[in-house]
Ligand binder design. Structure first.
Ligand code: SF4
Length: 282
């Protein structure tokens, strides 16, 4: 049986400028040099990481960074804490800094708040590289939380400044802000969610309603991938999350379906194109 699917890729999906910038920087260097170290996955997408590893990118963690001397190391879009820059100075490492300008600006705002002795709360994912970099601006003093329930376990100051990891959901951020104000806290709230992510909500909503089925392509570690997939699912119940071609299930599809393909800010366009070609081959 031939499925004859009508497949469309969302033109607005794919890499944000922060990711494009980091990958361009890595590829420029790898065009001339045999290898380049990168601290952490350059992007939360295993397929794109594999492509770059084949060109000579060497992904390392912080323990491995401590062992390196006199090498070049790329800092990815998520940014790093000040301690990483200090370590690089001590060990003769040349940092190729591809921290996203949006993240750098947020780091700077948090640092200024900390210098002004404000109590800081960061709505973000524990252990996420960006959040570690943000918390590092406060000597580890900022309180990081993933949901309101977590704050019930902590004694909060009566007055504090609230920030957000750049890829969190705006709805959740404003809900948290309102709830905290409702509980009587004096909250100075800063919506620091990246517009490269939040502007996609509206576009995605409009895109997904035009299709019988949606395949959302993203790495499982991508924070914005989770947020954007929730948007798809909310507006088209027949939305499916996949990370690679092998995860496509024929059971999801019916002959003649109109299928929309979209993805996160870390999803390469070439992968979405491969998904399209596979669907068209059914
Ligand atoms: S999502 Fe926004 S903050 Fe994050 S890397 Fe992309 S442009 Fe930068």
């Amino acid at each position: 049986m031939k499925y004859d699917l009508a497949v469309t890729i969302d033109k607005a999906s794919g890499f944000c400028f922060g990711v494009v910038y980091a990958i361009d920087m890595a590829e420029d260097i790898l065009d001339h040099e045999e290898y380049l170290y990168c601290l952490g996955d350059i992007v939360h997408n295993d397929e794109e990481v594999s492509r770059l590893k084949a060109k000579g990118l060497r992904i390392i963690d912080h323990d491995q960074l401590h062992e390196l001397r006199n090498e070049k190391v790329l800092i990815r879009a998520h940014g790093e804490a000040p301690s990483t820059y200090q370590l690089a100075l001590e060990n003769g490492l040349t940092l190729i800094d591809a921290s996203c300008p949006v993240v750098l600006k947020l780091q700077n705002r948090i640092k200024n708040s900390h210098d002004d002795e404000e109590q800081i709360l960061i709505f973000g994912k524990h252990g996420h590289a960006e959040v570690i970099g943000l918390q590092g601006q406060t000597d580890g003093k900022a309180i990081v939380f993933q949901d309101l329930a977590e704050l019930d376990q902590v004694e909060l100051p009566s007055k504090f400044t609230l920030y957000s990891q750049t890829t969190k959901s705006t709805d959740k951020f404003y809900h948290i802000k309102d709830q905290l104000i409702g509980r009587g806290y004096d909250v100075k709230a800063n919506d620091t969610i990246c517009r490269q992510v939040s502007n996609r909500y509206g576009d995605l909503e409009k895109f997904v309603v035009n299709f019988d089925k949606i395949l959302f392509v993203s790495g499982k570690k991508s924070s914005n991938g989770k947020v954007l997939y929730d948007v798809c699912k909310k507006h088209n119940d027949h939305s499916y999350f996949i990370s690679n071609l092998e995860e496509i299930e024929l059971d999801w599809l019916a002959p003649g379906d109109r299928v929309g393909i979209c993805g996160a800010t870390s999803t390469p366009m070439w992968l979405m194109e491969q998904v399209k070609a596979k669907l068209e081959s059914y």
